[in-house]
Write a new protein. Sequence first.
Length: 292
Amino acid sequence: MRKLSLVCPTSPSFDWRSFALEILAFPTFAALEDLLIETGPTNNQPLLHAPVLLPLKSLTIDSPYDTLSFETIEPLLPADVTLTKSLTLNEVRFTSIEMQNLLERLGSTIASLSLGARPNRSTIFARPYRSDLDLPHIPTLPFTRFPNLVSLALPHTQGPSLRLLKTLASSCRHLVELDFFGSVWTSDASLPPDLTAQEHFDLVFPQQAILSALESLQKLKKVTLGCLMYSDDTQKYAEIEDVLEGRGIEVDWNPVDADADDAISDEYHYEDDDGFRGFRFNCTQGGPRLSF
């Protein structure tokens, strides 16, 4: 058996993690390479388990009911992920240390990587660059080891940065899709105090340098830039869009009004086929079953 899809029961009282681990321990699945797990609701039952020793090349864990902590789903990961080519952990909440440790465990074979929970209407604020933001930081160094990376999604994080883009451009030359939906940009440099929100962001997101780094990704076809700040000028990022779209690259971003105090946005910036730029809303909805 090479491929397995496991849909866990929806009852909050059902210990879906133990169920999944028992299934994966069957000798039938000793050579399993492709695994999809759709989790059940969150539960805090103690878990005693042996390490997962499967030679997985592709693993997707999707949580359709709750945003789960990485600690909750970590027992389902193989002990050795150095040969994993595709790893998708949807609606999984990381700490900065957990994200860094997982990235450091991956090997050079990783080609598709998606980690994190996409923010909803209650978590993208008009001022996402506040100092008390509780989002995992993206480490830069691990990406120097991923030469085969084609698709990268790190939604709702801190750490899209010029430094990260330069690292991706030099080390991940095959990158086709880059997704920072709902993420906030950071800078490695010390910034002057007493800046306005827009002045601060302009230093964190230097447009010309960002554009140059993105242009260095020769195979890039789609990029979601995350939370970009504007004041009165909704065309502020038109040059980045025009240049990249002129090269056949689809560009999206989350608009953040620098002058608003408490507005909430789950909008997506876009440009349609006629060249009209605007906003669209991004909305999502949310017995054991096996399929092979």
